[in-house]
Design a protein around this ligand. Sequence first.
Ligand code: HEC
Ligand code: HEC
Length: 213
Amino acid sequence: MPRISKLPAAAALGLAVCLFGLTSTATAKPSGKDLYAKCVNCHGEQGHGNQMFLAPGIAGLPSWYVETQLKNFKTNVRGYHYEDIAGHRMRPMARMLRSDEELKAVSDFVSKLPATLPKPTLKGGDASAGKAAYATCTACHGADGKGNQALGAPDIRYTGDWYLLAQLKKFKAGHRGANPKDVKGMTMRPMAMGLADEQAMKDVVAYIMTLGK
Ligand code: HEC
Ligand code: HEC
């Protein structure tokens, strides 16, 4: 008899432990730092990027911009074109962020990592020719390259010259900024189309790389 009467008590205790376990895992939100562990393999511990993986420097990018891009990758607004190999690598990573809260937490974390000026990797860019071309870009990215939140234009000083060139090519070819849901990207696309060829792109990139010094 005593054995039977103990059973419900034990069951109740077990249930209480289970419930406690459930609620405590449901409320323990991963921090931005925890979430960033998913990003380290490609973007690096400090967020300075890795060209081998086509991953740009993201340290210090404004939080609002990181958030927009992660949403764009997650919803196939960016990185969906079949020729966009780099975008294909990043898209599933954005999908690992399960909620808007997680997206925001990791974006805040990234924006606080200190940016550094990446080493130049491109040859043949003429920064003085690029300076003249950059006059068009100042309207949105600013004369200092720091960007403008109201226009959705990011800081472009620290991602890396090879990455900037790749993005200009993608905008021009319509691999980025061509999706009607990509409201901000669509304002950038005509600007890249205004750069005549790869040389003009390299020139403007060489100038942008002087802005972060
Ligand atoms: C498998 C490698 C890989 C991992 C892991 C990864 N990324 Fe990326 N990420 C990339 C690549 C490649 C690009 C460049 C995409 C392109 O060229 O359009 C990119 C681009 C980005 C961009 C756009 C930067 C810009 O200037 O527009 C952001 C923001 C970003 N990643 C954030 C993250 C975050 C946050 C994580 C972790 C949750 C993460 N990435 C994990 C490879 C990766
Ligand atoms: C009308 C405003 C506007 C002008 C002018 C403009 N841009 Fe942009 N640019 C943007 C916006 C908005 C974005 C972000 C698009 C997005 O959200 O994907 C952007 C993104 C970029 C990116 C990608 C940054 C990244 O981290 O992925 C590069 C590179 C860039 N612009 C270079 C230029 C250059 C070079 C010029 C001048 C030839 C220029 N832009 C002129 C609005 C502008």
